[in-house]
Design a protein around this ligand. Structure first.
Ligand code: UD1
Length: 315
């Protein structure tokens, strides 16, 4: 059976992919630098070989790719506001790291890289839903960096014949997402705060909308992308999402129901680099991978609230 490498394995998406692979009896190696990853996320992954290292270091990339057939590249500094505060750090950890990994993967004879792309590539275009035929229009340093990684994937597929598949994630959420950082995803922050009876802050009027995607759907998309025929998928980028959207105000109402929070949200100035609406057309991943999101937003949110209620995400 193939050997897999998961980068960013101490982050919530990386650890979820690694857990699914281990469950299937696969041989898995993971790498993380703990810049944003959490050691607590490695609990349950003891069967995995773990390397503590940074992909900005070419030697760490070479070591992690040795003997590997398939890479899931999840490592990144994932946050729009973090990239606004420090665009160079985002570039180092998203662009340089991705290029180093590609070079090492090619040298080691890796067959395929499945890359965590981002819906932020579409930017603030008013057209909904967003489909892969649209011109990219990144508006934050984060979006530029994730898109650069995607373009490198495409180029390595074209120029060197390394198989690459980009999945453009749309606002992934679920158990194991860190709720403690100012740069955390909005659902993780809101779940933690509202369960603790604390008031969440909505940036802007709350009428911005997102296509929030439950983690299990994203894991499934990755497994499908790893095994789909190369002639169909190599060099391609496709949306990985739910295919429906909800406003933050409606998310807040739903979370009041699920958490028992009875207060009102605070409203603050909109965040710089934010886009207004996001909704994916998921037909390409459906056609190329047979991807269908099995868990809808409400069920995903219910499971997520239960995970935080049970004490998840405390360390
Ligand atoms: C963006 C990217 C997404 C990427 C993610 C990484 C877009 C469309 N999406 O998501 O692909 O994976 O970054 O982090 O660019 N908010 C609040 N209160 C809070 C926190 C956030 O109101 O306490 C608001 C934000 O202002 C934003 C929305 O919630 O309008 C979602 O924010 P966030 O969860 O950070 O994700 P995006 O920036 O949408």
């Amino acid at each position: 059976m193939a050997k897999y490498l998961v980068t960013g394995v101490a982050g919530f998406i990386g650890r979820s992919i690694a857990a699914a692979l281990l469950q299937r009896g696969a041989s898995v190696r993971g790498i993380d630098s703990f810049i944003t990853g959490k050691r607590a996320n490695l609990v349950g992954l003891e069967a995995m070989e773990f390397i503590e290292g940074d992909l900005a270091d070419p030697a760490a990339c070479a070591r992690s790719c040795e003997g590997v057939q398939i890479v899931f590249h999840e490592a990144a500094l994932a946050s729009v506001p973090r990239s606004v505060a420090d665009p160079v750090a985002t570039n180092v950890n998203c662009v340089n790291a991705t290029l180093n990994l590609l070079v090492a993967a090619r040298a080691a004879g890796v067959r395929r890289i499945v890359y965590a792309g981002s819906s932020s590539a579409y930017g603030d275009t008013p057209t909904l839903p967003k489909h892969e035929g649209m011109l990219p229009n990144p508006i934050s340093p984060y979006a530029v960096a994730k898109l650069a990684g995607e373009q490198y994937m495409r180029a390595f597929s074209r120029v060197y014949g390394l198989e690459t598949v980009t999945l453009r994630y749309f606002n992934v959420f679920g158990p194991h997402q860190d709720p403690t950082s100012q740069y955390s995803g909005v659902l993780a922050i809101f779940c933690r705060k509202m369960l603790a009876g604390q008031q969440p802050t909505i940036y802007g009027d709350g009428e911005q909308s997102r296509d929030f995607t439950y983690i299990d759907n994203v894991v499934e998309a990755n497994l499908l992308a790893a095994s789909a025929p190369a002639e169909k998928v190599s060099g391609q980028a496709m949306n990985a999402a739910t295919g429906s959207r909800i406003t933050l105000n409606d998310v807040f109402t739903l979370l009041c129901e699920l958490t028992g929070y009875s207060g009102k949200p605070a409203y603050a100035e909109p965040r710089k680099g934010d886009i207004r609406d996001s909704l994916a057309d998921i037909s390409l991943a459906g056609n190329l991978l047979g991807y269908r999101p099995a868990i809808d937003f409400r069920e995903g949110l219910r499971r997520t609230v239960e995970w935080y209620r049970a004490g998840g995400g405390q360390n």
